[in-house]
Design a protein around this ligand. Structure first.
Ligand code: NAX
Length: 331
């Protein structure tokens, strides 16, 4: 039998948590043959709701779910976890200054970094979902220096999947036949969804997306803004932010990271920049990556045209500014 894997979900009483924990318990994240123990963390005001989620997990009688820890104690939550999905955070409320929201999240991610560093299993893989996702992940990395930087990532897979979805709708092809879009940079409206290297599987072989769409105006305009603004469009329609798609993307992110990306396919992940593509190092920036044996690698050598260059730089500049703001909250 496979060894048990412990998966932490913070903010588990929230909307994404509610969509995510049953997916994990069904094997969507780690495989249908992988038994799991779920660790769920939330804050005291949500303790009762969290316990309700635990009751439902028991009631669902998931065969792969071998245990549930539901707690408001961060040390108990982090102990022995192999995968940590950080969904809990402080949301921006109306009338709040950016700096105040940043400061709340910096203090949450600073303390959860220490708890993970001290109590998680060695080689724990961390995915930060909570916004500002890239900068929360950076703070986590800075305050958990013994966790290798390669183990700390943030979610841009939802944006990546949104890009694939838009192309599939536009061309009226299966989304599973579209691949190799790229989300560059920040999980914010400055992200750059790039389809210059994306392709579609057709009966006569793989064809570049640009060749099939035949409308550079749309690809360089409306396509980009639709992906960038999709989160806001969901809020407008649902009066709630994306939850099922975010949960599904979190599963995709961890599954591909642990089990590997298919040959010839890359995905987007927010990872610690090594300066590839002249992106400033020392930021958590979304790149195209392939995964193998539990490690990601940035795809190298893709041509970046002038239009793209500007967009890579713009979203990088925003991340540098967020980093500065986060650091100013520390002093
Ligand atoms: P909810 O407000 O429904 O849930 C958040 C949960 O986190 C709440 O239960 C809250 O009590 C808990 N929480 C707050 N502080 C905590 C702490 N210190 N420790 C543990 N738990 C804590 O938000 P939801 O819609 O689930 O979204 C969660 C986060 O994901 C938000 O920050 C949101 O902005 C972010 N998103 C990120 C996305 C991405 O692609 N990276 C997309 C979806 C989503 O918008």
């Amino acid at each position: 039998a496979k060894e048990l894997v412990r998966v932490l979900v913070t903010g588990a009483a929230g909307q994404i948590g509610y969509a995510l924990v049953p997916m994990i318990a069904r094997g969507v994240m780690l495989g249908s043959d992988q038994p799991v123990i779920l660790h769920m963390l939330d804050i005291p005001p949500a303790a009762e709701a969290l316990n309700g989620v635990k009751m439902e997990l028991v009631d669902a009688a998931f065969p792969l779910l071998k245990g549930v820890v539901a707690t408001t104690d961060v040390v108990e939550a982090c102990t022995g976890v192999n995968v940590a999905v950080m969904v809990g955070g402080f949301p921006r409320k109306e009338g709040m200054e950016r700096k105040d929201v940043m400061s709340k999240n910096v203090s949450i991610y600073k303390s959860q970094a220490s708890a993970l560093e001290q109590h998680a299993a060695p080689n724990c893989k961390v995915l930060v979902v909570a916004n500002p996702a890239n900068t929360n992940a950076l703070i986590l990395k800075e305050f958990a220096p013994s966790i290798p930087a390669k183990n700390i990532t943030c979610l841009t897979r939802l944006d990546h999947n949104r890009a694939l979805g838009q192309i599939s709708e536009r061309l009226n092809v299966q989304v599973s036949d579209v691949k190799n879009a790229i989300i560059w940079g920040n999980h914010s409206s400055t992200q750059y969804p790039d389809v210059n290297h994306a392709s579609v599987k057709t009966p006569s072989g793989e064809k570049p997306v640009r060749e099939l769409v035949k409308d550079d105006g749309w690809l360089n305009g409306e396509f980009i803004t639709t992906v960038q603004q999709r989160g806001a469009a969901i809020i407008k329609a649902r009066k709630l932010s994306s939850a099922l798609s975010a949960a599904s993307a979190a599963c995709d992110h961890i599954r591909d990271w642990v089990l590997g990306t298919p040959e010839g396919t890359w995905v987007s992940m927010g990872v610690y920049s090594d300066g590839s593509y002249n992106v400033p190092s020392g930021l958590i920036y979304s790149f195209p990556v392939t995964c193998h044996n539990g490690d990601w690698k940035i795809v190298q050598g893709l041509a970046i045209d002038e239009f793209s260059r500007k967009k890579l730089d713009l979203t990088g500049a925003e991340l540098s500014e967020e980093k500065e703001l986060a650091y100013s909250c520390l002093s």
